[in-house]
Design a binder for this molecule. Structure first.
Ligand SMILES: Cc1ncc(COP(=O)(O)O)c(C=O)c1O
Length: 387
């Protein structure tokens, strides 16, 4: 069997840059202790790595205060902290049909169990929400607008700058879910008028699983929804209010921080724009190749500007799950099938009732050869359906 062709980079990036594996191993062997206020050398060095990485990421998102960059387990965790920390009974929140369940479900829980009102903005036929629809939904009790920066399903990059402008004028906290975008395209909080950016490390930031986080601008007050150890000021009975402790609980994933630091360095060394251009060139090749295949339905924009490197397709007459299984078993190609944790996207494009679609996600280690093999594989699968 030939080597695995990994086209499931929307779920997680694989493989990671060699530098990520090497640095994580080196770090954990040599400095893998609990950072905090103890004075021994290892402890200080681990603490330094954490603080250095906070600073790197703060700069990456164009924030100003590294202490307001908090680490969490992943973006789902960070989104729960934000959503539950900002909203209370009687509040109103606005989101979109582009969201992942890591936004939809915490919001829906608040709607169902805590009397929070919700509005969902649909996307247009090209996959973009219209910023002008947001202020139409603003109310006196609107306390949060949360938008997926880049769709993990249809790949479109949402006009967050314009949405953020409306939120800023109305004084409503604006949160973006940058799970897919951070590490692929610039996420500049100032430029995009964003108050809180949420990220996960194992996708486009090319680090390991088990770590994510958020940057919270000054002025955004998030109530505590958890409490625990912080390693400092242990005599205080409540969880600390000051950042980063305010949103960090218990021992940090320091090995994850090491992988994150190595991931960002690798991305910065190669160049964010260069990597994105390379991925989008391969994405266009893949999309155009599949377009020519009889018996394939594509769910992808013609224009790939404002797009990341994921898109959907189905082989006519075949359930997505079956196409994915054939790709895996017969061709050793990894894809992702189903609803991709984003049921409203599939409802809107009409694929929910056929149990979803197949998603290809191109990453920095894919090659033209991978793309050609994937096109040929889908062609053969579609041909076999027509026989
Ligand atoms: C847009 C988006 N948001 C949130 C998430 C959740 O990320 P994690 O599982 O790392 O929390 C994902 C992962 O698929 C995603 O694509």
């Amino acid at each position: 069997m030939s080597d695995l062709i990994f086209l499931d980079n929307g779920a997680t990036s694989y493989p990671k840059p060699e530098e990520v594996y090497t640095f994580m191993d080196h770090f954990y062997r040599n400095f893998g202790v609990n950072p905090g206020r103890s004075g021994y050398d290892l402890c200080m060095e681990t603490g330094e790595l954490v603080e250095e990485t906070r600073s790197m990421l703060t700069e990456f998102f164009n924030g100003t205060d590294p202490n307001r960059l908090c680490f969490s387990y992943n973006s789902t965790d960070a989104l729960n902290l934000i959503i539950n920390g900002l909203l209370k009974e009687g509040d109103h929140a606005i989101t979109t049909n582009v969201e992942h369940n890591s936004v939809l479900r915490p919001l829906y829980h608040l709607y169902k169990f805590n009397g929070v009102e919700l509005d969902y903005i649909p996307f247009d036929s090209k996959g973009f929400v219209d910023p002008d629809e947001f202020p139409k939904k603003f109310k006196k009790n609107t306390k949060l607008v949360v938008v997926n920066h880049a769709s993990n399903v249809i790949g479109t990059i949402q006009p967050v700058k314009e949405i953020g402008k409306y939120c800023k004028e109305a004084g409503i906290p604006f949160v973006i879910d940058a799970s897919q975008s951070a590490g692929k395209i610039p996420v500049d909080m100032e430029e995009l008028n964003v108050d809180v950016v949420v990220f996960t490390v194992h996708k486009s930031l090319l680090g390991p699983t088990g770590i994510g986080g958020l940057y919270v601008k000054e002025g955004i007050e998030i109530k505590h929804t958890r409490a625990g150890g912080t390693g400092v000021r242990s005599a205080v009975k409540t969880h600390l209010d000051e950042y980063p402790y305010r949103l960090e609980y218990g021992t940090l994933n320091t090995m994850g921080v090491a992988g994150l630091q190595a991931g960002i360095k690798w991305i910065e060394d190669k160049g964010l724009d260069t990597l994105h251009e390379q991925e989008m060139r391969l994405t266009a090749m893949l999309r155009d190749g599949l377009k020519e295949v009889e018996g394939v339905t594509l769910y992808c924009q013609e224009d790939l500007t404002d797009h990341i490197s994921v898109f959907l397709f189905n082989v006519d007459g075949l359930e997505a799950l079956n196409t994915g299984t054939i790709l895996d078993v017969d061709y050793n190609i990894a894809s992702r099938t189903g609803l991709h944790c984003a049921p409203l996207v599939h409802e809107q494009i009409g694929t929910a009732e056929i149990h979803g679609a197949v998603r290809f996600g191109v990453g920095p280690f894919n090659t033209e050869e991978h793309i050609a093999t994937a096109i040929q594989a889908v062609k053969e699968i579609a041909e076999s359906r027509r026989k």
